[in-house]
Design a protein around this ligand. Sequence first.
Ligand code: 5GP
Ligand code: SF4
Ligand code: MG
Length: 465
Amino acid sequence: CGVFGVVGVKDAANFVALGLHALQHRGQEAGGIVAHDPEHGFNSAHRFGYVRDNFTKASLMETLPGPIAIGHVRYSTAGKKGAVIRDIQPFFGEFSLGGAAVAHNGNLTNADQLRRELIEMGAIFQSSSDSECIIHLMARSIQKRHADRIADALRRVEGAFSVVAMTRTKLIGVRDPLGVRPLVLGRLGDNGFALSSETCGLDIIGAEFVREIEPGEMVVIENGLVKSSRPFAPAKSRFCIFEHVYFSRPDSQYGGRSVYETRRQIGVELAREAPVEADLVCPVPDSGTPAAIGFSQESGIPFALGITRNQYMGRTFIEPTEQIRNMGVRLKLNVNKALIKGKRVILVDDSVVRGTTSRKIKDMILDAGAKEVHFRIASPPTAWPCFYGVDTPDRSKLLAAKMSEDEMRDWIGVDSLKFISLDGLYRAAGEAEGRNKENPQYCDACFSGEYPISPADQLAKGFRM
Ligand code: 5GP
Ligand code: SF4
Ligand code: MG
């Protein structure tokens, strides 16, 4: 998911709509905005579909006036799959202190347990979302200020969370102690501030990047001032390494370095670790493109666009049902036959999850007359599900959980298949020494099976680490 918030400008909701549009790659099912204006109070809109199809309409945006607003783009990882408008964030609560709205990116690992407790205590849940727990926990806090209630609530939850919240006057941003999901702060005009999942959300509204919200930090922004606090026990940060590989937009920056550069460097590392003789390096667009550029630069094998992506389709994986996902590959990708015929082709993609995409792409490339097909993958084998906000299927559906690398090669049906090593991935992400085995610098649980936060609800349901 993507979260965004703006305070201190006229018609903040318009800026939020733009920010969410830039974060659309983080969630395409639905979007929502809550705004507050002293005259009209809190107003909200929750819609299915793309931001550009909903939050561009003057008739809708006029209903969201005011100098403060937050928003969310959704991709369901927790909660029931499928379309229920009540599941669309931000969630709003009316408290004795006044209203507050909350938007959450990440996944709470103890939400099932909390939901049961809260329901027993009389909470009436509106949605199937894990994130709704935050509002109910705030309602039960005895603190006198919203920000303290949010802190109270977030001390009870476990998991990954980057939260953007608002009251009548305050914009609030929080990252979980490990900082699994991103959140950045920007300055907008003279008196305004913005919070965004990624820096690309700041760029689109012309906000100036100030800094990342730090893992375990809470910022409360009011009257042009940013107050920082540390509501949680200190922990070593474990940012999601898959944000670098796939999830974030390549023009976003973390730690002063663009995601594009990390991805290109992954390609360089891959070319060193798994060289192969071939005529062309082709990305599986768009997610494989920067790594393919790096692979080509390092190997000297020409880069070519052997596969064209229809720009009007979304990300296949993010479509919530298997059936739509299966259709997606053909609807989305097509091979340039004239280019591929008779060639030995290296295909670079970001990840193999179920393997169905790779298999179909291989078929398309062979149908086009390729002589050899070599897959190079910009992440290690995905052998474990993510419980922190990226939608991976059950372990039983992950190809790498069932098969060795050679078995995967044969199942996909290609001449060779190589994944970047975990150390190579860390080096590409700027860790010159590779992965620190005792204290890994990132979360990499979907590759290593080492979960930095206990997936309590999953363990209760029988998941075995
Ligand atoms: P599969 O192997 O399941 O057929 O699909 C892998 C493809 O799905 C990759 O090309 C990758 O770009 C895409 N993808 C989209 N969203 C995600 C995601 O959230 N996680 C992973 N691992 N891959 C994703
Ligand atoms: Fe990111 Fe993988 Fe960790 Fe999930 S398990 S937070 S996708 S690195
Ligand atoms: Mg892809």
